[in-house]
Design a protein around this ligand. Structure first.
Ligand SMILES: Cc1cc2nc3c(=O)[nH]c(=O)nc-3n(C[C@H](O)[C@H](O)[C@H](O)COP(=O)(O)OP(=O)(O)OC[C@H]3O[C@@H](n4cnc5c(N)ncnc54)[C@H](O)[C@@H]3O)c2cc1C
Length: 555
């Protein structure tokens, strides 16, 4: 190995792991005698984004601490620098002479999208080869959604990119001398303390959470993910690890697929009815969870294809619907969990405390904000993004628009907060836990405390208007008005025409039985793909559990 070979730089962003890391693996493969080093940047513009919460920084720090040690074992030094990306990368280039920069493609926010474009331009001008590797099923420069499902499946089934030990010595002494900002906590970055009782960060935690789900908790996924009482344990809880890249989507998919096959095999051999029922519950659950892994990328692909949907209505005919009616008091009440609707309030307060909510409750709080309070999805979405530990821009903004009726391609799904409360928290246990003002309210009134007679209010220690607010709006009347306004927009001929374009661009491709359509042309990835192995049709149907069983997921 020659000492003169240049080192290779891996720029880590939301890929804080060593397992199945295509960028690190590629860097080691391409290092040709040069050493490999990794850099993580604390970028002021990223840290200042309104989506950023101290909990994100703390979670990221936990990932980085573990990653530094894991990379060290692979002979790869992890440095951090604090500053604007182009300036920091140029500084490192001057210090080390790297000519190859490897990173993962990111479907991020407007800020990181613009930053990545600047970095690409800088690399071209500086003569640095900038290699961006995919790490999910999201396809960059996708020509058409036709066939996307198969590309996704091929990525998920491809061999995982395990990172070999870096043995290159070129530039090793230089890299060893490089200054590093260290792994910073929120205080060092000038941020308030993280107060959330949240999931711990790190690659080890990611695997533990996944293993626990696949071996124990996952059995109750099917049927257990809607209620805020059962969902925290029944859901996989892998979302923050996927968002920060502490585990790859492929790893999660392959582990769930291995488990599904194991269950399938046991089912063939089992005749005892009780055991069969348990295995069938596992089967339904794994299928449901796997369909959502697919939706993960399906939604991200929308933002990848059309970055503007972070800020603008997907259906531009919906412009003007809510933009002009800004009501700061309603927004503030919703954010504080003081709308007077107990389940909505409990959800928002639990989110602020834990950084997580199950899908149905996320949909409920957005539906309430967008239809009942007639708030624009952007400020409510920013608030949720800040408090979701798993904030993933592509899923988040697509879902926000879908749950607000601005995509033009989804059925309006308006949740009734009282009906949801009665169905999902019949005893008011979740409500009382997060809205302590209602702790003494009898079960008969806990879902509609405003109907409590004055004497019951007195005995319950909860006077409406003093201890707990009356309903901020009349839900039924507000929803009638919301539907009227939306109908005018959505039924206009030009909106229907536009909606057909949105469906062609972003809609899922399913035939009438719910199976994904086959791709006629391998247009986008074409030559980069491994040869196609098309399993028999019946087998494909069985292996692609993507026909959404839950109408809420329809794209
Ligand atoms: C308004 C709104 C905003 C959302 N914002 C985010 C977000 O910022 N980040 C995020 O990861 N998810 C988001 N979701 C989707 C979903 O609620 C979360 O992925 C899920 O609750 C995370 O918990 P889990 O990992 O236990 O999920 P599980 O149910 O165990 O699912 C496993 C994985 O599948 C993916 N997934 C699950 N549901 C969906 C879905 N509906 N759409 C796309 N992918 C899905 C996630 O990666 C999840 O980790 C949002 C949903 C709504 C309604």
């Amino acid at each position: 190995m020659t000492e003169t070979a240049a080192p290779v730089c891996v720029w880590l962003k939301r890929d804080l792991r060593v397992g199945d890391h295509p960028a690190l693996a590629e860097a080691v493969a391409r290092s040709r005698g040069g050493c490999v080093f990794a850099v993580f940047l604390y970028e002021p513009e990223v840290l200042a984004q309104p989506e950023r919460d101290p909990s994100h920084v703390a979670f990221e720090r936990e990932c980085l601490v573990e990653l530094e040690a894991a990379l060290g074992r692979l002979g790869i030094r992890l440095l951090t620098r604090r500053g604007e990306a182009v300036a920091m990368l140029e500084q490192l280039r001057r210090e080390t002479g790297f000519r190859l920069l490897v990173a993962h493609e990111e479907t991020g926010t407007g800020v990181t999208y613009a930053r990545d474009r600047r970095v690409r331009r800088w690399a071209r001008e500086a003569g640095v080869e900038f290699l961006e590797q995919p790490q999910t099923g999201v396809v960059r420069r996708l020509a058409s959604r036709n066939g996307w499902n198969r590309l996704w499946e091929e990525r998920m089934e491809a061999k995982r990119a395990e990172v070999p030990r870096s043995t290159g010595r070129g530039g090793l002494a230089t890299v060893a001398r490089l200054a590093t900002a260290g792994i910073l906590d929120g205080r060092a970055l000038g941020l308030p303390a993280d107060t959330k009782d949240r999931q711990p960060g790190g690659e080890r935690a990611a695997h533990e959470v996944l293993d626990d789900f696949l071996s124990r908790r996952g059995r109750h996924y099917s049927g257990g993910i809607s209620s805020p009482l059962s969902a925290p344990a029944s859901c996989s809880r892998v979302s923050p690890y996927l968002a920060f890249g502490a585990i790859s989507l492929r790893t999660v998919w392959q582990a769930s697929e291995a488990r599904r096959r194991e269950v399938q095999a046991s089912l063939v051999e089992t005749t005892i009815p009780r055991d069969r029922a348990a295995l069938q519950a596992w089967q339904r659950s794994l299928k449901g969870m796997q369909s959502r892994l697919h939706w993960h990328c399906h939604f991200m692909q929308k933002l990848e294809d059309e970055p503007a949907i972070e800020f603008h209505n997907m259906l531009r005919a919906a412009d003007g619907l809510r933009e002009t009616e800004v009501c700061p008091e309603r927004l503030a009440a919703w954010q504080a969990g003081r709308t007077g609707y107990p389940l909505v309030d409990a959800c928002l307060r639990s989110l602020l405390a834990t950084g997580w909510l199950t899908f149905r409750m996320r949909a409920l709080v957005v539906s309430f904000a967008s239809y009942s309070l007639w708030l624009h999805w952007r400020p409510t979405g920013l608030f949720l993004a800040r408090h979701f530990l798993d904030f993933e821009p592509g899923i988040h903004w697509s879902q926000l628009q879908m749950q607000s009726g601005t995509t033009g391609i989804n059925t309006l799904r308006i949740y009734n907060p009282t009906k949801q409360a009665i169905e999902q928290d019949p005893g008011g246990v979740f409500i009382r836990r997060w809205v302590p003002e209602l702790a003494g309210v009898p079960k008969a009134y806990v879902h509609m405390p405003w109907t409590m007679p004055a004497d019951v209010q007195g005995r319950a220690g909860c006077v409406i208007g003093r201890d707990y607010p009356p309903p901020l709006v009349d839900h039924a009347a507000a929803v009638r008005e919301a539907k009227r306004r939306l109908a005018i927009v959505r039924h206009a001929p030009e909106a229907r025409r536009e909606a057909r374009g949105v469906a062609a661009r972003h809609g899922s491709r399913k035939d009438r039985r719910g199976a994904m359509q086959q791709d006629p042309v391998r247009r986008t990835l074409g030559r980069h793909l491994p040869p196609r192995k098309t399993p028999p049709a019946a087998d494909r149907q069985r292996r692609l559990p993507f026909a959404a069983s839950d109408g809420d997921l329809e794209s």
